[in-house]
Ligand binder design. Structure first.
Ligand code: 1CP
Length: 336
């Protein structure tokens, strides 16, 4: 069994070490940028199973990380549910107008068929990945997907509350249908050979506080319940919810919880119980001096040294990160 699975399932933290990074395959790697420059359409690149598998393995070849995360995107789900998804340079994703009737009508068969290349990429990758390493699959949590699908984000750190209120009668319908499809997507990825699922609620921090139970805790809990029933090791990432991490953990009860860089690691250690902790280190620290980076890493390694902990960051690696820094950080952790 791979170390990540041992940690998540058996909570064997003291004897097992495991390191991987969010966004480890992608924008900061020259070998990714080369492939990307030849493949202008990002969705098509994600649907190219051979290339997706190759990109997934790039950081493993370079750094010998303990886990690979499949190269895909959370927005493949809205794509498979009938929305056009475009990535605009320096602006981010742009989705075509959401049509609720079409969305509620979508069949499970068509959904799975459209995502078949992702499952194929998982199959290819599993065959080519060292048996001791974990292949991680992922999904976006319902709220985070809905933010993109309904286009309710007005700037980097705000949502358009008026737009949200206008859609309030549809929201429960949308979240429930998404939960249904996300369970199918998890199941298909695991059947194809992935062993762990990470649930990214990257925009959980934008939920109005009165809605956090309905839009964040309950949807994540339903997905984790599905994983538990099917014995699928799972990690949640409710980014930006601050001290609500504690309530999230009590309600959702995932196997692992990924800390964002705003969470104080000492607070997390004292308040997040019966769960494997992951990450936390600010990805910006990789842009600072080597000394600062290693001091930052030491703090996290030291605090979590005697509990089950997966070494990772508090969000994804930034595009401007120097790959040699990533290598240094991994070596430092392994030799600590
Ligand atoms: O333009 C490019 O070259 C594409 C950049 C890129 C890449 C490399 C995007 C666009 N997505 C990805 C891959 C990706 N996305 C992976 C697999 C690679 C890996 O992790 O190693 C994963 C797990 C994701 C997940 C993802 N996509 C999230 C959740 C994680 C997080 O960063 O919070 C979110 C919110 C997205 C949406 C998305 N996809 C891409 C962009 C530019 C965005 C908007 C958010 C952002 O700017 O990060």
């Amino acid at each position: 069994m791979s170390n990540l699975k041992k940690i998540l399932i058996n909570k064997k933290g003291k004897t097992c070490k495991s390191v991987w990074f969010m966004r480890q395959a992608g924008r900061y790697l020259p070998e990714f940028r080369k492939i990307r420059s030849q493949n202008k359409n990002f969705i098509d690149l994600c649907l190219n199973s051979q290339l997706s598998s190759e990109i997934t393995l790039q950081p493993i070849k370079r750094f010998n990380l303990d886990s690979a995360i499949i190269f895909s995107d959370i927005l493949m789900v809205p794509y498979a549910l009938g929305q056009q998804v475009n990535f605009i340079k320096n602006e981010g994703p742009n989705l075509s107008k959401f049509n609720i009737e079409r969305f509620l009508d979508m069949s499970e068969r068509e959904f799975s068929q459209k995502l078949n290349p992702v499952y194929k990429a998982i199959e290819i990758t599993r065959k080519n990945l060292d048996k001791k390493k974990t292949l991680i699959s992922f999904i976006g949590a319902p709220w985070t997907l809905m933010v993109y699908m309904l286009n309710i984000k007005s700037s980097k750190a705000h949502i358009n509350l008026e737009k949200l209120e206008k859609k309030s009668t549809d929201i429960n319908k949308i979240l429930n249908k998404l939960i249904n499809f996300l369970c199918i997507h998890i199941n298909n990825q695991i059947s194809a050979g992935a062993e762990v699922v990470q649930i990214f609620d990257s925009w959980a921090g934008l939920i109005p506080i009165k809605n956090i139970t309905d839009y964040c805790f309950i949807p994540n809990a339903k997905l984790v319940d599905f994983c538990r029933k099917n014995k699928i090791p799972n990690i949640c990432f409710p980014r930006g919810i601050k001290k609500k991490y504690e309530e999230f953990n009590k309600i959702v009860k995932s196997d692992g919880i990924s800390l964002d860089y705003e969470i104080d690691p000492e607070w997390a250690k004292s308040n997040l119980k019966d769960v494997v902790l992951q990450g936390g280190l600010d990805p910006k620290i990789l842009l600072k001096s080597e000394k600062e980076m290693l001091e930052g890493a030491t703090k996290y390694i030291h605090i979590f040294k005697d509990i089950p902990y997966v070494f990772n960051l508090g969000h994804g690696l930034l595009p401007e990160t120097d790959p040699d820094r990533v290598k240094k950080l991994i070596e430092f952790y392994r030799n600590y």
